[in-house]
Structure formats: C-alpha cells, structure tokens
Design a protein around this ligand. Structure first.
Ligand SMILES: [Zn+2]
Length: 400
C-alpha cells in the first residue's frame, strides 16, 4: 500500500461511490473444465450441424426444417446429459433454454444464436458459438459443478432476421431477473481470418455506453487472455443483434467475437496473423460458411476462454465480488499514513479477505475512533475525517 498524503477527501468519497468494478478477478481455476471442453467435441457438434444443413436444403434458417433439426440436436444432447430443456416459442420459431440451478442473486445468461442465414449452413456463424456453449453446458454437468449462481444457456432463434428471439426472451424476464442478470454472447468465434475481439465493456475503445458491470465481464476475459499470453482487441460488437437488446434492458453484456465481414487491417495481421485486406470471415453469410470455414486455433482459444468466463460467473457470488471490488478500491485510495491510520485500514481489509469479519469490524471501529480523536485534536480536517469515516463505514456496511 502506498503511504501518501491524502489529496482531497471529496475525491476519496467520489472514488468510493462511483468506483467502477475493476477489482482483480477473483481466482477461479477453470483448468479442469477447459481440459474437457475439447476442440474435438466442438468440431463434432459442428459436423452434426453441417449434416443437418446438408439434409435440409443447405441451411438452418429460422422457421425451416434445418433450424428445427438443429434445435432437436442440441436439445437431445442436453437432455441426455441430465438437463431439463425449455422451448421458448415466439413468432413461428423458438429459443432453446437449459439451466444450472443456483442463487437468484446472480443470473448468468450464456447465449449463442443457433439460426443460420438462408443462404448457407452457418457453421461458423453461428455453429461455432452454438457448439462451444453446448459443450460447456455438457461438461459442467459431467463434472457435477455445483454452481453458486443460476446459469442459463440459451440458443437463440431469429437472430439473423429480426432479433425477436432475444427480444421476446428479455421481455419475458421478470424485473428481479433483469436486475440479477448478466449476458455473455458467443457469436462467430472460429473466424478463419480471425482477430481476438473482446467486447469493450468499459467503453475505453468505443462510444457505445454499456450497463454497469459490463466492465467486469471484459476484465474477466482480459485477465484470462493476459494469463495465456494472448493478444486481444476491443470491439463494440456493432455487428451483433443480441447485445443492444440486453444493453437497453440495463443488463451488463460481454463476450467474444473472431470477426465477420470487416476487412482485416495490416495492424491486425501483424498482431494476429492471417491476411490483411481480406474479410475476417470471407464466407460470412455465404454458402461457403461450412465445416471447413474455421480457424481451429481461435476456436480452441475462444472456447476455453468462454468456459473460463462462464465458470467464473457461475462460481462468483455477487456479494463476494462487490466486497472484493471494494477492497481493491480502498487499497487504491490515498490514505494518510500518519499515526498508523493506513496500516490499520490495511489490517481491516486483510481480515475481511481472510473471512474474519469480527476482527475486521473491531479494527474498523478502532479506526473510526482514532480518526475522530485526530479530528478533535486538529490533526485531520473535518473533510479528511469525514472521508475516512465514510470509507470505514462503507466497508462495515458491506459486511453486515
Ligand atoms: Zn451471428
């Protein structure tokens, strides 16, 4: 902890009350899940979707036999793994939903659109995301993962035409579900001429304003990729239909995207390889979006990153996360070092992290008493003392 002089007590309170949730992601070990979410299994699901398209006029578009067969395939896999499967009908088609039970305090929605365009089989767009979240759902069940939070996997219909699948789902959600929800989107995660795009939750690289909490989702992905030594690039996902609807509903959003019709730049080629001047996916929305239209490299990397993020949000309670963020924020504050005030606050935070709430409370009460004594003796201005008491009080409130 840096023991510097306090700059502005108003600043302390302002930072505390408006602090974005940028605390380091809690340590979640996803290696066991990632080990069993294999590229081979995901390719197996994509092969099935290709066979379905072949048998149904070359596509899997909303309202067609190809889409219905795709939905049956995913539903059968989930059912065999032990999931209760729900069909959410709208217009003349339906979304497919399967859930892992957990606390209603946090609802982790993991989505991929299952429908293709009518002009091709859509094995990358979006057989890739559909297959990846299917395998993640199957393996979370196989590993008997007891989710802390409720996890809802959704395979959307109607994404390529109207967005009505996402829209009717969000409209069907209760207010408490919307308040508890976050959304992870996986669309086109195997683009052959790929860029590792991560949705720009904190709007650092784009103008799109996202609901609070979106920056946390981005941070979880960025932490993961940093740990893997893999470069990423921010995107505002303007090419995606699902996200604006969640965003408008105030639900935090995030996800991965390997590119669609945009042209790869020379800068991108220098970082990610591939061919500058070509589309990220030269077969986007075309008949050639087949089983062969893939980068196995990015599909493998992105399906592992998706597994990590799903597990992170499945296992991290919102209460724990807010506390961790608060600790991180307070540790980043400038607290006067005089008379051991900052050391005392640090000791309280360490006790919180160790789960020793009683000790933390005692230290924080002693901290407040010391601040008040220094206020009376003139060692702290009223503004400084107010800020420090407020800081301690916010931590106490978060514990009780
Ligand atoms: Zn798509």
């Amino acid at each position: 902890m840096k023991l510097l002089t306090i700059i502005s007590s108003q600043l302390v309170i302002a930072v505390l009350l408006s602090a974005p949730m940028l605390g380091r992601a809690a340590e979640i070990d996803s290696s066991a899940l990632r080990a069993v979410v294999t590229l081979q299994a995901i390719r197996g699901h994509q092969a099935e979707l290709q066979a379905i398209a072949n048998a149904n006029g070359g596509n899997r578009a909303e309202g067609t036999s190809g889409f219905n067969a795709s939905l049956d395939y995913v539903a059968d896999q989930l059912f065999a793994a032990g999931y209760a499967v729900t069909i959410e009908s709208f217009d003349t088609t339906a979304n497919l939903i399967a859930e892992l039970p957990g606390s209603d305090d946090r609802l982790v929605i993991v989505g991929a659109h299952l429908d293709s365009v009518s002009s091709g089989p859509g094995i990358q767009d979006n057989g890739s995301g559909s297959a990846a979240i299917l395998e993640i759902a199957l393996q979370m069940k196989a590993l008997n993962i007891e989710s802390v939070n409720r996890v809802r996997f959704v395979w959307w219909s109607g994404e390529e035409t109207s967005s009505h699948g996402v829209l009717s789902h969000v409209l069907n959600m209760s207010m408490s579900e919307r308040e508890a929800a976050l959304y992870l989107n996986f669309d086109m995660i195997g683009s052959p001429n790929f860029v590792r795009f991560v949705y720009d939750g904190d709007s650092s690289d784009s103008v799109t304003v996202n609901p609070a909490g979106s920056e946390k989702i981005e941070a979880v992905f960025l932490d993961y990729f940093a740990g893997q030594g893999l470069a990423t690039k921010a995107t505002d996902f303007s090419e995606h239909q699902a996200l604006p609807i969640f965003r408008i509903a105030g639900i935090p959003v995030g996800g991965l995207f390997a590119g669609a019709f945009a042209i790869k730049t020379t800068d991108e080629a220098a970082i990610f390889g591939g061919t500058a001047g070509d589309q990220h996916d030269p077969c986007h929305h075309l008949a050639c979006d087949t089983f062969a239209n893939v980068s196995l490299e990015v599909l493998d990397q992105f399906s592992d990153a998706a597994a990590h993020a799903v597990l992170y949000f499945a296992l991290t309670s919102i209460v724990e996360e807010r506390l961790a963020d608060l600790i991180s924020t307070v540790r980043g504050l400038v607290i006067p070092s005089k008379d051991g005030l900052s050391a005392k606050l640090d000791a309280a935070l360490t006790a919180v992290e160790a789960g020793n709430e009683r000790a933390a409370m005692n230290i924080l009460r002693a901290f407040i008493n010391q601040v008040e004594a220094k206020r009376r003796s003139g060692g702290l201005s009223n503004a400084e003392a107010d800020a420090l008491v407020a800081t301690a009080q916010i931590i106490i409130d978060s514990l009780s």
